[in-house]
Design a protein around this ligand. Structure first.
Ligand code: 9WN
Length: 499
């Protein structure tokens, strides 16, 4: 056992098993071809990191999709799959397409993409809340839940159209041969329609989340105030499976879990209906969730263009959404985007990495982007100084804890988004430095789920899929390929014009 494995095993009481492939994983159509692999450390060949990342994804592949980690998260998760597809495309564009197709096959009639698609061969007690809690095919019938597959009833951030576009450009020939985009475009369009029409609970033109799990950063301090109004479900009424795998001091508290369970129960018992009258027990407009929706809307415009339409209306909508995001969530005095509590109509003054993610938007006003970069490199996030990766929460904040879930540690997906944002806004040297730190930390941490932002110490599960996938994506991001990053993220949409 190496040092990192020992550390994590000590912290969590278990190490996620990562199957080691003896032969190069993935053979067949569109397989390994690291033609543009960039070396991050001349002493360690990038190829070995590439191979180990590929082995993680190979070990976590179920045949039709990829689990985030074998032990802690044994089903398919929505935004995980989008990030996984972004990395998987470098190994097997076919698998990357299948990853997204499997998820979209579980889409509900009202357009929502569920946050979990359950694998029926996994025992019910392996993860909580399990299918018998969500009861999607019965409780979700009016909302159009599928009959043949069991899912959760809430959603996760809409990274999917962005992922679909990136998967397409990795092998346009295969994509066209399989009619990948034409098959999934209507589903992605329905997904965005659901978010923009059924989830504009604040009436300001952007989407709300109705559960902390929907935003993906479950335990962020931004949820504390809106969650405090929720009566927790009694601790005896459910059994947490996450504590079988994760250290209790790193995971959300039982009290918070009780509130998560109450919110999900109430939503289920209301048939997963979305009232637009502001009565949801929890309704928050989040900057990262909406920034990802906007980035995906730009991607949907590109997909539409590829399919023969102009895509102009979608780009225009993405720009209107960007303006609404700034209007609703930007705090110029603090130089941050904040969450808005829809119930009180007030910003929640907690600095989280979510408030930096809008940096990935191509038409963010120039001074807003510059201010965000200053905040990122200032005392609250410490990049370029005390931290090696962007922490999930304010280093100076009252709730900061470098190891507790979403209250300080650094995650690879949010760092990848920030790295993209830096590149998009011309901060190439800083992006390059962050990329190097991400690759190194992924390597030394054993592709950990998350890490201590100061030391890079591994936390949570090892062999975590999106960590491996985004490592692959960063390895393929050779400096000469940077222009395609800009193109992929939609800056060229209207010549990258900014207000
Ligand atoms: C609840 C799977 C998911 C991620 C989330 C992360 C965590 C689940 C949990 O794991 O959430 O959805 O049980 O804590 O917070 O971002 O998608 O990796």
């Amino acid at each position: 056992m190496d040092r990192t494995t020992q550390l994590t095993a000590r912290r969590t009481g278990t190490a996620d098993p990562v199957r080691t492939a003896t032969s190069p994983p993935f053979s067949g159509h569109g397989e390994i071809g690291p033609s543009r692999v960039a070396v991050y450390d001349p002493v360690r060949p990038a190829g070995s990191l590439h191979l180990r990342a590929a082995e993680v994804l190979h070990g976590n592949w179920t045949g039709t999709s990829t689990v985030p980690s074998r032990g802690l998260y044994p089903h398919q998760w929505s935004w995980d799959s989008a990030f996984i597809a972004i990395g998987l495309r470098h190994l097997s564009p076919l698998r990357a397409q299948i990853e997204l197709e499997t998820l979209l096959d579980a889409q509900w009639g009202d357009g929502r993409i569920p946050h979990i698609v359950f694998n029926p061969s996994v025992p019910l007690d392996a993860y909580f809340p399990s299918p018998d809690f969500w009861r999607s095919s019965t409780a979700g019938r009016a909302a159009g839940a599928p009959r043949t597959v069991q899912t959760s009833g809430i959603v996760q951030p809409p990274v999917h159209a962005l992922a679909a576009w990136l998967v397409h450009v990795s092998d346009p020939g295969l994509s066209r041969a399989r009619s990948f985009l034409s098959r999934i475009y209507p589903r992605l369009a329905a997904w965005h329609r659901y978010l923009l029409h059924r989830r504009d609970l604040g009436g300001g033109g952007i989407a709300s989340v109705v559960h902390p799990w929907e935003q993906g950063m479950d335990n962020a301090p931004s949820w504390d105030a809106p969650l405090s109004r929720v009566t927790p479900a009694p601790a005896r009424s459910f059994r947490r499976a996450d504590l079988d795998h994760g250290a209790a001091e790193d995971r959300p508290t039982d009290l918070d879990y009780g509130r998560y369970v109450r919110l999900a129960t109430d939503y289920r018992d209301g048939g997963y209906a979305d009232g637009t009258d502001g009565t949801a027990g929890f309704a928050v407009e989040d900057p990262a969730f909406n920034a990802l929706l906007i980035a995906s809307e730009h991607a949907l415009a590109r997909i539409a263009r590829e399919l023969g339409a102009t895509g102009t209306a979608r780009h225009a909508r993405a720009e209107r959404l960007t303006a609404a995001l700034v209007e609703r969530l930007w705090d110029p005095a603090e130089g941050m985007f904040f969450c808005r509590d829809v119930r009180t109509d007030e910003l929640i003054p907690e600095r989280g990495v979510s408030g930096l993610v809008p940096l990935l938007l191509p038409t963010l006003p120039r001074d807003t982007a510059a201010t965000l970069v200053r905040t990122l490199y200032g005392p609250h996030f410490g990049l370029g100084g005390s931290t090696r990766l962007v922490p999930s929460y304010d280093l100076t904040g009252h709730a900061f804890d470098p190891h507790r879930y979403w209250r300080g540690p650094a995650w690879f997906n949010t760092n990848w988004l920030v790295e993209r944002g830096l590149r998009l806004h011309g901060e190439h040297a800083r992006a390059e430095k962050l990329r190097g730190a991400l690759l190194e930390t992924a390597d030394t941490s054993g592709f950990a789920e998350y890490v201590d932002p100061y030391t890079g110490e591994a936390c949570g599960a090892l062999g975590f899929s999106w960590t491996a996938a985004l490592t692959l994506d960063l390895l393929h991001e050779a400096p000469e390929a940077v222009h395609s990053t800009t193109e992929e993220f939609g800056k060229g949409a209207k010549g990258g014009d900014r207000r």
